[in-house]
Design a protein around this ligand. Structure first.
Ligand code: HEM
Ligand SMILES: *[C@@H]1O[C@H](CO)[C@@H](O)[C@H](O)[C@H]1NC(C)=O
Ligand SMILES: *[C@@H]1O[C@H](CO)[C@@H](O)[C@H](O)[C@H]1NC(C)=O
Length: 327
């Protein structure tokens, strides 16, 4: 009569193995991020983010754009783990001097101010990666864009990847196929890529990033190119850092103007115009021209998916005190 007992034991062993496997599978995805993560440990989080960000954006509207871009560049390198925020240090080669970020990524001082406000409310609780995710959302909302429930629970890396920043973030010379490929490498679809590119309805770019497009490309409105040529000289090395708005009319307002520019062949970047160039993304661009609410809905979906890219969770990583250095 020992047999039933042994069966019961082996059944429970099988069941707990199954459970462990399921938990492991969940742990390797983004299942642990949740909108209520700080509900009891830091209920003041979003108020603190907003009260620190609002005066900074009032001083300079562009900084909301700069912080949105920081979130993108953080998530595309090792996942959304605050690695971009780390300064170079002995034994740590940061991401700030990699090609897509050098002389370009900005707003770190404002992220520091938001983190300081959050630390004051809830010391040692909220990661820099989550501060950045919340700030990106709040910045978009402050410029007139949508607001959404940001998933939280990311932890901060103790490492950075200079090579990841050089290789995984698409350059503005990219064609549609490479844009799609580099987003797919992060688990994002072409649809997500087209919706997330609407971020270029705010912010500025440097001459060095749009020079070839305004002098050499044919898929650009001639008058628009001529106007830009006045502030971006042809010769490499002259005026490289001169700025122009990514959305020529309203670079401080988050709306669907970016897509209207694409249809008018008035995109600042070569990569932007690739989204409306007789290819597979044209229909989606036209959809957003006709419906700002469709754009907002897909942008939010894309931001949530991008925020899910391989976060550190549980007991991995740390909650940095200072976003610029490992504790
Ligand atoms: C689709 C591929 C993308 C490419 C090739 C690209 C490329 C660029 C480039 C070259 C600049 C100008 C940088 C400079 O000249 O200093 C820029 C600016 C910007 N990008 Fe992107 N980007 C892409 C996607 C995204 C995404 C997904 C987001 C956010 C969701 C984003 C947000 C921004 C913002 C807000 C700015 C303006 C930043 C500021 O004014 O400081 N970009 N991007
Ligand atoms: C696409 O990416 C490959 C690999 O990095 C590169 O060799 C090629 O020049 C890129 N093409 C375009 C159009 O961006
Ligand atoms: C444009 O194309 C020509 C010929 O390929 C090249 O020499 C030049 O560097 C390119 N860029 C600009 C800004 O003229």
């Amino acid at each position: 009569m020992a047999a039933p007992g042994r069966n019961a034991v082996s059944t429970s062993v099988v069941l707990s193995c199954l459970l462990a496997t399921l938990l492991l599978a969940a742990g390797s995805s983004s299942a642990q991020l949740s909108t209520g993560f700080y509900a009891s440990s830091c209920p003041e989080l979003l108020d603190a983010v907003r009260s620190a960000l609002r005066p900074a954006v009032a001083r300079e509207r562009r900084v909301a754009a700069s912080i949105l871009r920081l979130f993108f560049h953080d998530c595309f390198v090792q996942g959304c783990d605050g690695s971009l925020l780390l300064d170079d240090a002995s034994g740590l080669k940061g991401e700030k001097n990699a090609a897509p970020n050098k002389d370009s990524a900005r707003g770190f001082d404002v992220v520091d101010a938001v983190k300081a406000a959050v630390e004051k409310a809830c010391p040692g609780v909220v990661s820099c990666a989550d501060v950045l995710a919340a700030s990106a959302m709040e910045g978009v909302a402050l410029l007139g864009g949508p607001r959404w429930k940001v998933k939280m629970g990311r932890r901060d890396s103790t490492t950075a990847s200079f090579n990841g920043a050089e290789n995984d973030i698409p350059p503005p010379t990219s064609g549609l196929a490479n844009l799609t490929r580099l987003f797919a490498a992060k688990g994002l679809s072409q649809k997500d890529m087209v919706a997330l590119s609407g971020a270029h309805t705010i912010g500025l770019a440097r001459c060095t990033n749009f020079r070839d497009h305004i002098y050499n490309d044919t898929d650009i409105d001639a008058g628009f190119a001529g106007t830009l040529q006045q502030r971006c000289p042809r010769a490499t090395g002259s005026g490289d850092n001169n700025l122009a708005p990514l959305d020529l009319q309203t670079p401080n307002v988050f709306e669907n103007a970016y897509y209207k520019n694409l249809v008018a062949k008035k995109s600042l970047l070569h990569s932007d115009q690739e989204l409306f160039n007789g290819g597979a993304a044209d229909a989606q661009v036209r959809e957003y021209v006709g419906s700002q609410s469709a754009f907002f809905a897909d942008f939010v979906e894309g931001m949530v998916k991008m925020g899910d890219v391989t976060p550190l969770t549980g007991s991995n990583g740390q909650i940095r005190k200072n976003c610029r250095r490992v504790n």
